[in-house]
Design a protein around this ligand. Structure first.
Ligand code: SAH
Length: 211
């Protein structure tokens, strides 16, 4: 159930759903999603569905991971990306194959520690992880990122994040308006933030403070 054939089937499905970037599809084929979930669920790891990872959190659906990754790769080259919501570290691992420098923060310490161990077991070294509240961005205020990706839904765009985005940088986040969630692509321009609604999504909420 974790064979190359099963993974190829998932990639074909992603292609049919509009993921066209071959770099992204290659990474989706090669990152071992079954190692990011509990062993009891590994036979379902290449289904296109979110799965529980404990602590009331989920590993994102492969389509969503692929689509968001495709979006943050658009608009020219980017060196650094900050992820809010490491969770099990799967999206982090996908980003690590495509960006030279990946930073990711998580509010639940146990998930942060597990993700750290997993990424180190997979010999992924271009990632820095922190246990901190992602609403505050990366704990070192002076850092700025070419891309920011949030993998939990917020109802307002955290100010710290827009400050930590470079000009012409892109931030991708699920925005919850109280009824449903929309994936927003926000570009920081010298005239302010320009926001584009991409599609409906379903994420766990961005929670305040540390868990
Ligand atoms: N990126 C993950 C998705 C994890 S689900 C993947 O690849 O599957 C979203 C994660 O965001 C959860 O682990 C949750 O604990 C975390 N989260 C929620 N609010 C947060 C906050 N304020 N700061 C940091 N992480 C947060």
């Amino acid at each position: 159930m974790t064979s190359q054939r099963t993974r190829d089937r998932l990639v074909n499905r992603l292609r049919e759903q509009g993921v066209v970037n071959e770099l992204v599809l290659d990474v989706m084929r090669s990152v071992p999603r079954h190692l990011f979930v509990d062993e009891a669920l590994s036979h379902r790891a290449y289904e296109d569905t979110a799965l529980p990872i404990g602590y009331s959190q989920t590993i994102s659906q492969p389509y969503t991971v692929a689509k968001m990754t495709q979006c943050v790769l658009a608009n020219g080259s980017a060196n650094s990306i900050l992820e809010i919501g490491t969770g099990c570290g799967y999206q982090t691992a996908v980003l690590a194959s495509l960006f030279p420098q990946v930073y990711s923060v998580e509010r639940i310490e146990a998930l942060h520690k597990q993700a750290k161990q997993r990424l180190s077991d997979l010999e992924i070294y271009n990632v820095q992880l922190r246990h901190t509240d992602g609403k505050m961005g990366w704990p070192i205020q002076s850092y700025q990122f070419d891309r920011i990706i949030m993998t939990a839904a917020c109802s307002e765009v955290p100010e710290a994040l827009t400050q930590q985005l470079v000009y012409d940088g892109i931030m991708l986040l699920p925005f919850d308006n109280g009824n449903d969630q929309t994936l927003l692509q926000i570009t920081k321009t010298t005239n302010g933030l320009v926001s584009e609604a991409l599609e409906k999504v379903s994420f766990v909420p961005l929670l305040p403070g540390l868990g």
